[in-house]
Write a protein that binds this ligand. Sequence first.
Ligand code: TK8
Length: 335
Amino acid sequence: MRKILFATTALAMAISGSAPAFAEFNSRNIRVSNGINADHPVGNGIKAMQECLDQKSGGKLKLTAFWGGALGGDLQATQALRSGVQEAVVTSSSPLVGIIPALGVFDLPFLFSTPAEAYKVLDGKFGDQMNQKLDASGLVNLAYWENGFRNLSNSQHPVTKWEDFSGLKVRVMQNNIFLDTFQNLGANATPMAFGEVYSALETKAIDAQENPYVTIDTSKFFEVQKYVTETNHAYTPFLFLFSKAIFNTYTPEEQTALRECAVVGRDVERQVIADLNKKSLEKIKEAGLQVNQLSPEEQARIREKSMIVYEKHKAQIGPDVVDGILAELKTIRGN
Ligand code: TK8
């Protein structure tokens, strides 16, 4: 009898001995919405993040992704986070400038020149400063994921120089800085939510849009466009945002797991984008689109003429924010 009792107690102890590792975790269903499709590298990032969460939480923290704007566009989903009715969203920073004007700094044309320097700024002190502003607006940014360098596509003619933008009906994100950048280029710019872009291109309500190659590929814009120009005019980050109202109800262990695993997912997502970029470009060409680069002279000319946008929006973004990022880029570039 004693032996049995001892055995049972030992078993119970063995079980409870392993249990405390996950005792601080509750079963959570975390809805993550996106405007892009499941085959975008964000899909790979979410998968990697889930594997990490499974390990840390013993399978208790579950991500459920909603693709193609199924839970609403970037802005709508972000507002749902702020009011605590949705857990998470992977969103572009650009449509959120109405909530946090400082985020407009990432919309400034030709700000970043390489992914590497963008990572240094976003994953470092400057990114933290922006995270504090997001936090003050009810949004916890778990990590900066990647959207990538944006390029122009259109259905009208090749764009090889400044003058070719003239009169092009270009969809821009719901963001004043993008609106001004394209108006300044002579385009007829129209702000529009991402979810409406494909059909607006298809029905010729607009001629053009701008997004990274990976999005032109996975959101199938190549089906309704004829020309692509490698403009690299902006690198706008994705934010992996969590509702602060909901985050605050989670245990510290759950919060830490989410933060750490969002970084694991980020690294996978960025790597997949780096690998997919070339393949997406090949796919776009194979679909029959004409792709061109800008000559270095023309690239420099467009860049130079776009600098007026910095002055125009500095006050609204916050002079300290604009000067801060430019100073940090100077240090990173070593000049
Ligand atoms: C997807 C958007 C998209 C962005 C845009 O929801 O709106 O053009 O680049 O990726 O965030």
